[in-house]
Design a protein. Structure first.
Ligand SMILES: [Zn+2]
Length: 497
């Protein structure tokens, strides 16, 4: 009998068996790496005004988002996620209903969510699921319909009333208004989420929506945060009242612009730290044991890439592209990236699927649910956006896998494509008018055709959804109106002579 070789005695496994074991381990690892199809808790963070390219998981070089990056490591980051518009009110309606801006139609100041439209919270509450929301900006107030379906909807905006029943008034109305003006609402949001977590039922499913305002201008992070990004600024420029401040222009000194961006990044980092604190609080109450956490934004922010500041002016990528991370905090470190084109309208149907709710009338949730599993999403691979200005002027945008088209209010159409797209859409590969389409490239013809088809589909869905007119409007109070004026969203009221 031949004695076993030294390698076999030492535990050596013959090559075919080793390969078989490796294959089995790989299959087991893949299975383990798949996120669960249903969860007990869905937490949806919306970080107002956070542009995608200032997030570490999406390639930003400065340490703005360690917590979001860590969530991305336990989930999937969508590298090409788009909002449905470039301002707060309609974008959040899309996020919470699964409907494009042109479909839900809440696109002008004073409009409110129609009764024919259902939010995630309404669907969850109807199924007996615990629902809670915390908001911190003027356009998220219940007067716009956002409170519908939430058992508690806590107000950190410093405007209106807070009837959330989550305990003591935060710091008093005047102080709250001052802090909101100065963009300091993160502590309130964390406190309100913690209060809810302490009092929420221990059993059953939960949907928690958290709106964080402080990345929105003005950019005034707490001491220490701007220094992370710009420690040696010695300028004297006043960066307050960003939107109305005449010193903040495309002609401002590059060093001042760099500091403005550092202030923005400081707000992002502070908000990222707040998210870390909120997640720690939720974890401490055992609420993340079987949970999915979604982090996204309603729109981006422009810093003169196309001549302007803030948002709500264009549908260019700096305001339209948003971060979108879907994470299982207690799950495997799958760390996936998906390059499919996804939209804020994919959030609501995906949340419904994870919570076991019926959201089929607004979508399957496939792009996010399948993307998280590492599968290619079923259905479309594009996004539609719309920006209404007044009652007759509007911009449309369509984003596909290979190209993007924007039809501007003046009738000009910009088409973006390779090699700039999707890395950057600053320079169109083609600019044309409708009358030029018969002489346009195949890329432009395809992109404009896709835009037209999606707009026509959206208009038909809107017609079926809103059979009656006029549209429901929100009665906003004087303080909200003044706040929206100070942010540049509403024209300042004429002072009577
Ligand atoms: Zn916003």
């Amino acid at each position: 009998m031949t004695p076993p070789s030294r390698r076999a005695r030492a535990g050596h496994v013959p090559r075919p068996i080793a390969l078989l074991i490796a294959c089995c381990l790989a299959i087991a690892a893949c299975r383990k790496a798949a996120p669960p199809d249903s969860v007990d808790t869905v937490v949806l963070f919306s970080i107002d005004s956070l542009r995608a390219d200032h997030v570490g998981a999406l390639g930003y070089g400065s340490p703005t988002t360690p917590s979001i990056d860590s969530l991305a490591a336990r989930g999937v980051v969508f590298t090409r996620a788009y909002s449905t518009t470039s301002w707060t009110l309609p974008a959040h309606v899309s996020m919470l209903t699964g409907l494009d801006a042109e479909v839900h139609g809440v696109e002008r100041d004073g409009f409110t969510i129609p009764a024919t439209v259902r939010t995630i919270a309404e669907r969850a509450q109807a199924a007996g699921i615990e629902t809670a929301g915390v908001f911190s900006g003027p356009y998220l107030q219940p007067v716009y319909g956002f409170g519908r379906g939430f058992r508690t909807y806590a107000n950190c905006s410093g405007l209106g009333s807070d009837d959330s029943g989550l305990g003591r008034d935060w710091v008093g109305r005047e102080e709250a208004q001052r802090r909101t003006r100065e963009s300091v609402t993160n502590p309130c949001v964390r406190e309100r989420v913690a209060a809810w977590a302490r009092s929420a039922p221990r059993d059953g499913k939960r949907f928690l929506f958290v709106h964080l305002w402080d990345v929105h201008y003005d950019y005034a992070p707490p001491p220490g945060y701007v220094e992370i990004f710009d420690a040696d600024y010695g300028g004297t420029t006043d960066f307050s009242e960003v939107f109305l401040n005449p010193a903040i222009t495309p002609e401002m000194h590059p060093r001042d612009l760099r500091h403005l961006l550092a202030l923005y990044d400081g707000e992002i980092r502070w908000t990222d730290d707040t998210i870390a604190g909120i997640l720690a609080d939720l974890d401490g109450q055992g609420m993340l044991r079987n949970a999915v956490v979604v982090v996204t934004s309603d729109h981006g922010e422009e810093f003169f890439e196309h001549g302007g500041k803030g948002h709500r002016r264009t549908l260019q990528d700096e305001v339209l592209r948003v971060p979108l991370v879907v994470s299982w905090p207690g799950g495997p470190a799958i760390g996936r990236r998906s390059d499919e084109v996804v939209s804020l309208v994919d959030v609501a149907p995906a949340a419904c699927r994870w919570l076991g709710l019926d959201g089929a009338d607004v979508g399957t949730g496939g792009p996010l649910v399948d993307g998280a599993r590492g599968d290619r999403g079923r259905g479309r691979d594009d996004a539609l956006a719309h920006l209404a200005q007044g009652f007759t002027v509007e911009d449309h945008a369509w984003v596909g896998h290979r190209s993007k088209a924007i039809e501007h209010r003046d009738g000009t159409i910009e088409v973006f494509g390779p090699p700039e797209f999707p890395a950057s859409d600053r320079k169109p590969v083609e600019t044309l008018a409708r009358g030029d389409l018969d002489r346009a490239s195949e890329l432009a013809t395809h992109s404009v055709g896709a835009l037209d088809a999606r707009v026509a589909e959206a208009k038909e869905r809107a017609r079926l959804l809103h059979p009656s007119s006029p549209r429901p409007t929100a009665a906003i109070d004087d303080a909200t109106r003044q706040r929206l004026e100070s942010l540049g969203y509403l024209p300042r009221a004429e002072t009577p002579p």
